[in-house]
Design a protein around this ligand. Structure first.
Ligand SMILES: [Zn+2]
Length: 257
């Protein structure tokens, strides 16, 4: 099952335009592309007062430029001035931001504390992120992002397997095992050995959408394709699957990572 978005390791999402944004290590790097009519053969990147600038040959596709910028992010962080962070969805993990859990938005409460590792906990007030005081950017953001991913992975482990069990009983067919993975561009997958794999990002989605992904992958146990028989099976378990599928595509586009 394909996602409607790509992860930071695949920056080919840039539209055809002379501006682009790539995401890497939790940072969004926006850049300006200047295509030269002269016979430029290579891509060249510079960091200027107004941000990152890429000089590119006319033939370079937006995807190639995005890949190039993506590969240069460590260099930009080390040698350049601070790049602009203007992608709207990029979390910076500061107090007052929010994150999504089971389709609901929770405020982030970020505190610097005398700790060795980032700690993520949740209560009625929101998601609390305790950050070791010694951490400076960009290590701070990378450490927070890792901790948040791990937190989501644990939440997905709480949410997904029991739903698989419940829907497997309705279907009358069970997987051999259920794994939570970081699957780029996929919400879930069903392997020939009947292993179901699910994306940890499901923990961000509302439960009705998690159920749709679960039902979708379970039905692949009987129909390893997306033919009419497959959709009939999905419809038997979940008559409103079309609505959920559409909502899932929208939710995927809004994910921060
Ligand atoms: Zn599928």
């Amino acid at each position: 099952m394909r996602l409607g978005w790509r992860t930071s390791a695949e920056p080919e999402r840039a539209e055809r335009s002379d501006h682009g944004v790539v995401q890497r290590d939790g940072l969004a790097i926006s850049y300006r592309v200047v295509r030269s009519a002269r016979r430029r053969k290579t891509l060249e990147l510079s960091v200027e007062a107004e941000g990152v600038r890429v000089a590119a040959p006319l033939w370079a596709s937006d995807a190639e430029v995005a890949r190039f910028v993506h590969s240069k992010v460590p260099w930009i962080l080390k040698h350049g001035r601070r790049p602009t962070h203007d992608a709207p969805r990029t979390p910076m993990y500061r107090d007052g931001e929010s994150m999504s859990y089971l389709g609901r938005t929770f405020p982030l409460v970020v505190e610097d504390r005398a700790l060795r590792r980032v700690q993520v906990t949740m209560d009625l007030l929101g998601v609390h992120i305790a950050v070791p005081r010694r951490l400076q950017e960009p290590a701070r953001q990378a450490a927070i992002e890792t901790a948040i991913r791990n937190w989501y992975r644990d939440r997905a482990l709480e949410e997904v397997p029991y739903r698989v069990e419940r829907w497997a009983a309705v279907l009358g067919d069970s997987p051999s095992r259920v794994l939570i993975r970081d699957q780029r561009r996929r919400w879930g997958s069903c392997a020939p050995d009947r292993t179901l794999r699910f994306n940890w990002r499901l923990a961000m989605l509302e439960p009705g959408l998690i159920d749709y992904v679960v039902v979708h992958e379970l039905c692949h146990l009987r129909h390893p394709n997306h033919g009419a028989g497959f959709w009939a099976e999905v419809g038997r378990l979940m008559p409103d699957w079309r609505l959920r599928r559409a909502a899932l595509v929208r939710a995927g586009r809004a994910l921060p990572f």
